[in-house]
Design a protein around this ligand. Structure first.
Ligand code: GLV
Length: 390
């Protein structure tokens, strides 16, 4: 008889309690109470009417969120990165060229991801660090390289910048290029119009201004992108294959074919996030985010903080980057905010490592009370660190 002697003893899993911080980094942010409740709803089969109804609701909500009438919209299982992987791997074939105007860590990720699929990449950089691209700079790169696609980040959580997208779709299409956009930290907080702006492939994520959990990511494709997908000769990864996923999500009202088991709690939660945006309406959500961030700016300016992003029109509403005076330690600042105020902000990432603090006020946290609480805590932290670090 086979011996069933364990080769590994039972590990000790301790009960690790903590007091939930106020989540004011670049994301994840706190979830809506209704979304926390939705996460506890029952697990059901991915092949039953209740589940199909939720998927239909989610598709309608995603169309509203992206402002698109395209039928090819659905949610991918996974964090925002799976959205990135889905649009890149479905829209570009190995050997084709992707242009990446690079100002953020996410543009670097897109570059690396595309290269792994054998897609060629050309990169351009802003002439001045921590700014965004002009239409002229982008047009000259499109004219020179004539890429099959261009990937650009709308809101960038690493630098705290927002790229103006108006006019880019028209420009890309003039050169036979598809426009691929990351809206992970912008969607729901600032205006975005997929159809009107000529965006061909776009994704977002649940844990930022939608105030939901990470792990389920809305994506949408234009008619132009859909034609490319239907005529493509290459095979994207099975898990991200839009032709198969469109069948699972019944995008064409014809067929539902099982592809993989989405996480039911995440599906319930995403539907609830979409209901929150729909009941507030997008214009009201955009106005709320703008007003609250204006209040945060005012508080920070009163206390003498310096913005990393010099041009106000380049500043992202959801994530504010602050450059500390010489001699201050970013990690120490973040640690003090957590230890003394139980507020979680973050230090720089990618191009802003050692150069900025990143403060995120978005979704359910986008309120005047939170803006004041964060501003006051930042001022206290600055005073406390003055004593220790100078
Ligand atoms: C994650 O999205 C981050 O900006 O840290």
């Amino acid at each position: 008889m086979t011996s069933h002697k364990l080769t590994l003893p039972e590990p000790v899993i301790r009960d690790r309690q903590f007091i939930k911080p106020l989540m004011c980094g670049p994301g994840p942010c706190d979830v809506w109470p209704s979304v926390a409740e939705a996460l506890t709803r029952p697990v059901i089969s991915p092949i039953c009417d209740e589940y199909f109804n939720v998927m239909d609701d989610i598709r309608a909500g995603i169309q509203y969120l992206f402002q698109t009438r395209s039928p090819l919209v659905l949610a991918i299982s996974g964090s925002g990165h799976t959205g990135m992987e889905t649009i890149i791997s479905n829209l570009l074939a190995p050997g084709e060229l992707l242009l990446v105007p690079n100002r953020s860590i996410w543009d670097e990720r897109a570059t690396k991801m595309a290269s792994r699929y054998g897609i060629k990449v050309e990169t351009i950089f802003t002439s001045v660090p921590f700014t965004t691209f002009s239409l002229e700079e982008i047009e000259s790169a499109l004219k020179k390289h004539r890429p099959a696609g261009m990937f650009i980040t709308h809101g960038d959580s690493s630098t705290g910048t927002i790229q103006n997208l108006e006019g880019l779709g028209k420009l890309c299409h003039k050169y036979g290029t598809l426009l691929l956009v990351d809206t992970v930290v912008s969607l729901g907080a600032v205006p975005f119009f997929m159809d009107e702006w000529g965006v061909d492939g776009v994704y977002t994520s649940g844990q930022k201004a939608l105030s939901g959990p990470a792990g389920i990511s809305p994506v949408a494709f234009s008619a132009r992108a859909e034609a490319k997908i239907n005529n493509r000769k290459h095979e994207p990864p099975f898990y991200f294959d839009m032709k198969l996923l469109a069948q699972q999500w019944n995008c064409y009202d014809k067929i539902r074919v099982y592809h993989h088991t989405l996480s039911p709690p995440l599906v319930w939660a995403l539907r609830r996030c979409l209901e929150e945006v729909i009941s507030e309406t997008l214009p009201k959500s955009w106005a709320r985010h703008a007003a609250v961030t204006a209040r945060l700016y005012k508080r920070l300016q009163e206390y003498g903080f310096q913005f990393l992003i010099k041009k106000p029109e380049d500043r992202l509403v959801t994530v504010t980057t602050i450059a500390l005076p010489r001699g201050y330690d970013y990690k120490q600042f973040v640690d003090h905010m957590r230890a003394k105020h139980n507020i979680m902000i973050m230090a720089g990432l990618g191009p802003t490592v050692g150069k900025a603090l990143r403060i995120g006020i978005m979704g359910v946290n986008s309120t005047m009370e939170v803006a004041d609480r964060v501003g006051d805590a930042m001022a206290e932290t600055m005073r406390a660190l003055t004593k220790s670090s100078l």
